[in-house]
Design a protein around this ligand. Structure first.
Ligand SMILES: *[C@@H]1O[C@H](CO)[C@@H](O)[C@H](O)[C@H]1NC(C)=O
Ligand SMILES: *[C@@H]1O[C@H](CO)[C@@H](O)[C@H](O)[C@H]1NC(C)=O
Ligand SMILES: *[C@@H]1O[C@H](CO)[C@@H](O)[C@H](O)[C@H]1NC(C)=O
Length: 284
């Protein structure tokens, strides 16, 4: 931890010295399944250390009779609360958080300068969430020691999923620092599954006009056992973003494993797409 903080201040110094473009950006960070705002602690610290505004959200906790809409509500509430005069935000989703940010892009395209998918679910106008979910989970035994939760009785589909410790250790945190794995094992929570096809199809309607109007960047993780590289590529082919970047030597939890790489990529991407951050002021 001390080494990490030393790095933070070093990075902060270097960037302050070298920065010619230092406009404050607002980064909105959205966690993946079973996680919470806490999982961004390294990346958020780095971004704040160079003066950016960071909002890491906790999506609604799961459990009983969960629904899509409720889970994503903290994010949509937050974006709705931003005044139309505010600068556009840089929206970042990790893992299953990609689903939430996709819904947010569709609802608030005019409030987002660029959306960044970090090894994340990336549904689009012609790639449904269910197709991605099916593809992710078709591997026999994918969920390992995870436990399905049946709130609506054993004869109905499961409503939630609790990742098991082996799943977390080997699919998500394989290359992460051991203390991050310990943190995740103590904080991971069950999260809602979206089996209600009608609800999903209705809620996850992404259009070219709205969703398609926001620049998207996908960051690939090359040694990801949670969302395999083949699956990352499969989504990218079917729903091409403007740009694809690769971070090498990282597992699924790149935000814990390579926080400096994520930090520098986020800063670069935010700058690169800042042409889209200005508000168009209507003139009469
Ligand atoms: C950061 O974001 C918050 C929440 O929207 C906002 O109230 C605040 O003014 C922002 N600060 C800066 C420095 O942009
Ligand atoms: C996903 O899999 C389910 C169950 O196998 C199937 O009923 C459904 O049609 C599939 N959906 C998509 C979009 O592939
Ligand atoms: C990642 O590794 C691949 C294959 O080894 C290599 O071709 C690529 O240049 C590397 N990319 C980065 C950004 O380091």
């Amino acid at each position: 931890m001390r080494r990490f903080l030393a790095l933070v201040s070093l990075v902060a110094c270097l960037l302050t010295l070298s920065s010619n473009v230092n406009a404050t950006k607002h980064f909105v960070l959205v966690h993946g399944a079973a996680h919470g705002a806490w999982c961004w602690y390294k990346v958020a610290t780095l971004l704040e250390s160079v003066g950016h505004n960071v909002t890491a959200l906790d999506l609604t906790a799961s459990g009983v009779n969960p629904s899509h809409v409720r889970q994503v509500k903290p994010l949509t509430d937050f974006l709705a609360s931003l005044p139309d005069t505010a600068d556009k935000v840089v929206l970042v989703g990790h893992s299953l958080g990609g689903l939430s940010i996709s819904l947010a892009i569709e609802s608030f395209p005019h409030k987002i300068s660029v959306a960044i998918f970090i090894s994340a679910f990336m549904p689009g106008p012609s790639l449904s969430y269910l197709a991605i979910y099916n593809k992710t989970t078709q591997e026999e035994g994918y969920f390992m020691d995870s436990q399905f939760i049946y709130d609506e009785g054993p004869n109905n589909p499961p409503t939630a999923l609790h990742f098991g410790p082996n799943f977390i250790a080997s699919r998500l945190y394989k290359l992460s620092p051991p203390e991050d794995l310990v943190l995740a094992l103590s904080l991971a929570r069950p999260f809602p599954l979206f089996y209600d096809q009608k609800l999903v199809t209705k809620e996850v309607k992404l259009t070219e006009e709205r969703y398609g109007s926001v620049p998207r960047v996908f960051i690939m993780c090359d040694q990801d056992n949670g969302l395999e590289v083949s699956l990352q590529k499969w989504m990218i082919e079917r729903n091409p973003p403007l740009e694809v970047r690769v971070i090498n030597g990282t597992d699924h939890m790149v935000i814990a494993t390579k926080p400096l790489k994520i930090f520098s990529n986020l800063i670069e991407i935010a700058e690169k797409y800042s042409y889209n951050s200005l508000k168009l002021i209507a003139t009469s």
